[in-house]
Ligand binder design. Structure first.
Ligand code: GLY
Length: 225
């Protein structure tokens, strides 16, 4: 909000905002300290979209870089691409000088280890509710983090960013809705902006953020949309 009030670009402002959470080791659903995949590796997804230029960038399954939203912005600004994944995204970030670091904190490692030690005897990667599951672990399995931040500046320009460590104990390489433009984030500078948290697969199937903006275009309020 301070940046918006200073007249900074709304995209820089929302990225600065989500960086606070990406850098926070206590948040276990975004950036540094986010819960890892089933191999114990943190893989991050993020997208950004800039209303005035109607341009966007995204990264998925990005390892070892704690601010995927900043890398997503560079994808938007410095390439002709919209989405870069995995090793390619890491190489791209490194070539822009991003520092590699282990994103697994002691807390997130312990939660992962507990999950490993209590693997289901059923053929689900993500077991359904079970009486046997440790209640604390169950709450982590059920909690879907992710943050989205959208902003409107005083000149009427919009921007948005979505960032996440995705599903806890996901299959390595699983990509959620957050880096999918139209699903985890969508901005139309004339109409509005929307972004999502929650169970990404459901949102990918419904292209949620795009639909919200489209309903606003039809005249529905943001809440109705
Ligand atoms: N909404 C975040 C995810 O499903 O990965």
């Amino acid at each position: 909000m301070q940046m918006i009030k200073q007249g900074k670009d709304p995209l820089d402002s929302v990225i600065a905002e989500v960086n606070l959470v990406e850098n926070d080791p206590e948040d276990i659903t975004v950036g540094y300290g986010g819960l890892p995949n089933e191999k114990g590796v943190v893989e991050l997804d993020s997208s950004v979209m800039h209303g005035p230029t109607h341009n966007a960038g995204a990264v998925a399954s990005l390892r070892n870089i704690k601010n995927p939203s900043q890398v997503a912005k560079l994808v938007m600004e410095r390439t002709a691409h919209a989405l870069i994944v995995g090793e390619g995204a890491l190489d791209f970030a490194k070539s822009h000088g991003f520092k590699q670091e282990n994103l697994l904190t002691d807390r997130s490692r312990k939660i992962w280890l507990k999950r490993k030690e209590t693997l289901s005897d059923r053929d689900f990667w993500y077991p359904p509710k079970s009486e046997k599951m440790d209640p604390e672990l169950h709450s982590f399995m059920e909690s879907h983090g992710t943050i989205n931040c959208c902003a409107l500046d005083s000149t009427g320009d919009l921007a948005g960013a979505t960032t996440t460590s995705g599903f806890f104990f996901k299959i390595p390489g699983r990509v959620g809705d957050s880096p999918i433009i139209g699903a985890g984030l969508y901005v139309d500078n004339e109409i509005g902006a929307a972004g999502s948290t929650g169970f990404g697969e459901a949102n990918i199937l419904n292209w949620g953020s795009y639909m919200v903006v489209e309903y606003m275009r039809q005249g529905y309020s943001p809440e109705e949309s």
